[in-house]
Design a protein around this ligand. Structure first.
Ligand code: SF4
Length: 403
């Protein structure tokens, strides 16, 4: 049973701002952009939208660094127009950064963080819980618990059967849940109320619809649009790389994705050709940004005509510790480290190509799209997920063009 095709209408704009991932919030987010005259560039650059970006970055950082997801607490006052705008657009800003990264691990963490936050907030929201549940489930019923202000929820068996296998614990096995006439009773358990237990089920639907949303956006993102988010993408990927080091190293870029300037620096050094200072610093900083370990980066210098293991190790470690940002295209051209001329490489010819990391992301995005095309088409063909599209990237691009 997918999500309901027509979710119930929500009039309260504070609810739409608090839960910007709801399918009903898509129109609200569009209105926030259009009524405030905000373009995608504005979202990235306008000084007056700094709070939006800060809140969006916080949502991302918490998703990457907090094992338990995004903190449900927010200091944003959603009773005010500006507070609602900040909350809704910060979600959009974070989502666009995640999509522009084309990094599955970041996407998974962010979606998990947002879904966990939704789980916490839903469980506390007695006033709006019914309408939220009807957004994600085919139906819901509640009955008062005698002598208390609490209620016990019942969810349709057809929804429960789809969602419970995704949740571990004895509570969620169907044999442990009372079922009557096609309804599953959600009793309180392990210190959680019936509402909090039911919210855990809704979390699964939030996760699924957000993942499908992101896949759909990534499929539609073009290189120029994705490059607008290059700086915040690199910042969050750097943080993700540090955060997951203890778990598993980030997968480094495959060689076919390397920009020509990086490829030529590596190739020249491996052939014993001298590479100038700009090229060497760029090679080490770029290699770090691409997710290579210091050992891999040091190995690129092993055939340099003046190679010294101690000196190279010291200099590469210095660049890793200081987190040097790789040179941009302009600096590489000035330093004679850009090997392409106009017509050699279509990506390098693009007006927006100002940094080798943009080249890398564009290549990764194309590969991601090729590998995931079949999966995306299957997602889009499911009626339930196609409902949940807070703002279409194509529409974002239209806004972009009108600026
Ligand atoms: S245009 Fe930029 S990305 Fe392309 S090779 Fe030159 S420096 Fe590298």
């Amino acid at each position: 049973m997918p999500m309901p095709l027509t979710p119930p209408a929500i009039e309260d704009v504070s609810v739409l701002a608090r839960y910007p991932f709801l399918p009903q919030s898509s129109e609200f987010i569009r209105e926030q952009l259009s009524s405030n005259g905000i373009t995608v560039e504005g979202l990235i650059e306008e000084p007056w939208l700094e709070d939006v970006r800060r809140r969006g970055s916080l949502r991302l950082v918490e998703a990457v660094t907090h094992k338990d997801g995004i903190d449900a607490a927010t200091t944003i006052d959603i009773s005010s127009d500006i507070g609602r705008m900040t909350e809704a657009l910060s979600f959009l800003h974070a989502m666009l950064i995640v999509c522009a990264s084309f990094e599955d691990r970041l996407l998974t963490r962010w979606v998990e963080g947002e879904a966990s936050r939704a789980d916490q907030l839903f469980g506390m929201d007695g006033k709006n819980f019914d309408i939220i549940a009807r957004t994600y489930l085919s139906d819901i019923r509640s009955e008062p618990v005698p002598g208390t202000t609490e209620v016990t929820y019942h969810v349709p068996l057809v929804d429960y059967l789809e969602l419970c296998p995704k949740i571990t614990g004895r509570y969620w096995r169907l044999v442990n849940r009372p079922v009557k006439a096609g309804w599953v009773r959600m009793d309180p358990d392990v210190g959680e109320s019936s509402r909090q237990r039911t919210a855990r089920l809704l979390k699964e639907r939030v996760r699924t619809s957000l993942t499908a949303d992101c896949a759909s956006r990534i499929a539609k993102m073009d290189d120029a649009f994705a490059s607008l988010f290059a700086d915040p993408v690199d910042r969050i990927l750097g943080l993700l790389s540090e955060s997951v080091q203890a778990e598993m190293p980030m997968s480094a870029a495959v060689r076919e994705d390397w920009p020509p300037c990086f490829e030529s620096a590596v190739a020249e050094l491996s052939q014993g050709i001298n590479v100038n200072h700009t090229g060497r610093v760029f090679l080490a900083a770029m290699s770090r940004a691409m997710g290579h370990t210091p050992e891999v980066t040091i190995s690129f210098f092993a055939n340099a005509p003046d190679y010294s293991a101690d000196t190279t190790t010291y200099q590469v470690n210095h660049i890793y510790e200081r987190k040097y940002t790789p040179h941009g295209c302009a600096a590489l051209k000035t330093g004679a480290r850009c090997p392409v001329s106009f017509g050699d490489d279509r990506l390098c010819d693009q007006e927006w190509m100002t940094h080798p990391l943009k080249y890398l992301r564009a290549k990764q995005r194309r590969r991601y799209q090729e590998e995931n095309q079949a999966e995306i088409q299957a997602d889009e063909s499911t009626a339930g997920t196609s409902q949940n599209r807070p703002i279409d990237v194509a529409e974002s691009n239209e806004l972009d063009d009108s600026s």
